[in-house]
Write a protein that binds this ligand. Sequence first.
Ligand SMILES: [Zn+2]
Length: 288
Amino acid sequence: MAARPVRLLERSQDGIPDLQWIKKHVPISAVARLLGVRVENDRAAHCWRSGHQNGDRTPSMWFSKRSNRGQCKVCDRHTFSNVDLVQMRQEIDGRPMTTAEAIQWIAGYFPVPNIKKKHLGKKDQPFRVGCGSRLEGLIRSGLWGQLSHPEGKILMVLTEFEGQALSYKAISRYAGVSTSQIGPALQHFGRMGLLKVIAGTAKKGVLPDSSKYTVTWDSEQFEKLLHETFETTKEEVAAQKELRALARKERAAQLHTKVNLYSPSESVKRLADSLGGAANRKEREGTA
Ligand SMILES: [Zn+2]
């Protein structure tokens, strides 16, 4: 899909679009609509990728209002942000948009505030993954923050009761979540490569045994996701730096222009030039 060259909002060049604000407050369903995704209501959409029948007639894509993230239950192993979605759908010169371009694209459509003085110091840098505890890796990669509240709590319980038989009722009680939230969370962990389930055996006439759950922290699939998420976080930090450098350059250019205008002879010359230029342009257009 080609990038729309429309830029609806005139933006101040003071500072850069606030990425955290975008991810939190620009509704992912609204972004999806702008990108031409068929959104059913604010919570569901038809996935555009191949691997769905009849253009994904029954919507497979879901948007979470709480986390403002989306996910196709067929294509995606994990959730994506509104910025990720722009990068998935928009191209410039036949290549996907960079993170910085996607941020600017969103800021062109929504009233995104700028952040000014905040410098991206060392504290904002994502950390190396792979050292420290398993939980540390999960948190530092950015993946932990992307899980929903019930998912986070359920994961804690499964980790604590590693390899033990647990019923949905027990998980619900320990995690403080409703039983209806457990199935989707376990499915998500499965797609993330984070969970191995040994189903309880069903005997005739009695309730099946509870399943046993193993959190597979060292599975190849999960490791890969951890690194991908870490890379995305790193790209976002780099994109903010890139935008900041761009803003600085634009400000410097503006300043330069202003200085020139303040010199009287220069300003008169400039005015004459621009008027002459405009007149010449009009003439050219008229005769064309
Ligand atoms: Zn899909």
